[in-house]
Design a protein. Structure first.
Length: 428
């Protein structure tokens, strides 16, 4: 990870000494480097500005990591956000974020959530299905307003990634499929709703994707669908939201695509298809999450016990686990890790790093080569900035760790450590 460096025997992130931060804030501890987040955002923004002739807006996918401080960074960088209705939206609003730059996802928004979104005046609601369109129409009519809506379509593109994070194919709970006629029925329905302005289409084909062609194919399919809507219902699509999904380097085996080349390819695909189909250039929206925050973050743990089981393996137990990083138990996700002190010592043994929770599947690193690890050592798991804090839980009633941000060697708290009092505060 670019934001990590070694000086003498010590590991640094964003110029801050990891061991000193662990002493100051305790472990487990999430640490995120603000400059990496800003650099990644800038790469998306600058590439869209460079390669696209039309308008564009980057919408950070809040599901990857969401807190008030994150929205302050997005505000500073001048981008928008892709959020779920409810808590993610509330957090953005509480941070003073410009809600007209917020696009709302989800395959089952409640009537209460839709009403809240219309009152807030978000940039658009991405309608997942015909029931949602019906609810949006009814609620917007009651309020006497026109709802700004994008329709989420399944372009029929299969991305090569874990099946739980593939979403562009027909067998997905998200959106309406183009290939079986669901999408055209939904668009027709929207075209007849007086309180809906169908201003765009949205697709998201999956996550942790390493190929360019599926994204370009998805853009083509969406634009062909836009052309069909134009000819059938006279609706011109003004915004094309191509989702997120760019993969990142969790381990040496991962070979991520280059963001700027990826954007160049997408822009060329949109421009050439618009020319072919005689469509005006839509505003392109992109929703990266993982590729903005994942490589900004590490999680630091203290080793509490080491068990050598002769002829089997060596287990190293740390003071966190599946509640602060559920990605191994959910997707068998792989990570790399370093010992915090003397990180560049030779890797001399293969160990399984496990958490402290009451599940045998509570694994963080199934088989990793590390220098010798002893009780009391600190280890840092890399690239945990995305979908770690945001997917964390209080399983076994363990409080969530804090998130500390660093910038140019200075640290500050973005999210406080939960306390035992926090855990019981909603108990009746
Ligand atoms: C609709 C939508 N947009 C964007 C994203 C962000 O994807 P990633 O973090 O892989 O970039 C997701 C992830 O699940 C998503 O569902």
């Amino acid at each position: 990870m670019e934001c990590l460096s070694v000086k003498g025997d010590q590991l640094f992130i964003g110029g801050a000494d990891v061991e000193a931060l662990a002493k100051k804030y305790g472990t487990p501890l999430y640490i995120m480097d603000e400059n990496t987040i800003r650099k990644n955002i800038k790469e998306y923004k600058d590439s869209l500005n460079k390669y696209y002739k039309g308008e564009s807006l980057v919408l950070y996918a809040g599901k990857a990591f969401c807190c008030k401080q994150m929205y302050k960074i997005l505000t500073d960088e001048g981008i928008g956000a892709d959020l779920m209705a409810g808590g993610e939206t509330y957090t953005a609003q509480a941070s003073g974020f410009d809600m007209s730059k917020v696009y709302i996802h989800g395959n089952n928004k409640t009537e209460q959530e839709i009403s809240m979104l219309l009152d807030i005046g978000v940039g658009a609601i991405v309608a997942d299905n015909i029931y949602e369109l019906k609810n949006i129409q009814q609620i917007a009519e009651q309020k006497g307003i026109i709802a700004q809506v994008l329709l989420r379509v399944k372009p029929g593109v299969e991305a090569h990634t874990h099946e739980f994070i593939q979403t562009g194919q027909i067998d997905s709970k998200f959106g309406v499929a183009i290939e079986n006629g669901e999408a055209i029925l939904a668009a027709e329905y929207a075209s007849k709703c007086p309180n809906i302005n169908l201003k765009g289409l949205h697709c998201h084909i999956g996550s942790q994707i390493f190929d360019y062609p599926p994204f370009e194919l998805a853009a083509r399919k969406c634009l062909e669908f836009a052309s069909l809507i134009k000819s059938k219902f006279g609706i011109t699509i003004k915004e094309l939201n191509l989702g997120g999904g760019i993969g990142i380097k969790y381990t040496q085996a991962d070979d991520p695509i280059d963001i700027s080349k990826f954007i160049q390819g997408i822009c060329a695909a949109v421009e050439s298809n618009c020319a072919r189909l005689d469509l005006p250039l839509p505003k392109i929206l992109m929703e990266p999450g993982r590729s903005i925050v994942a490589t900004s973050g590490i999680t630091v743990y203290t080793i509490g016990c080491v068990k050598q089981i002769e002829g089997v393996r060596k287990y190293v137990s740390v003071d966190g686990g599946m509640s602060d990083n559920p990605r191994y138990i959910m997707y068998q996700s792989m990570y790399e890790a370093v010992r915090v002190r003397k990180p560049i010592d030779d890797d001399t043994e293969t160990v399984r790093v496990v958490g402290k929770f009451c599940e045998s599947g509570d694994i963080l690193l199934p088989d990793i080569k590390m220098p010798e690890l002893q009780v009391g050592d600190l280890i840092a798991i890399e690239a945990t900035g995305a979908y770690n804090y945001s997917m964390s839980s209080n399983y076994n009633r363990v409080p969530r760790p804090p998130v500390v941000m660093v910038r140019d060697g200075k640290d500050y708290i973005a999210i406080n450590r939960e306390s035992y009092e926090d855990l019981v505060k909603n108990d009746a």
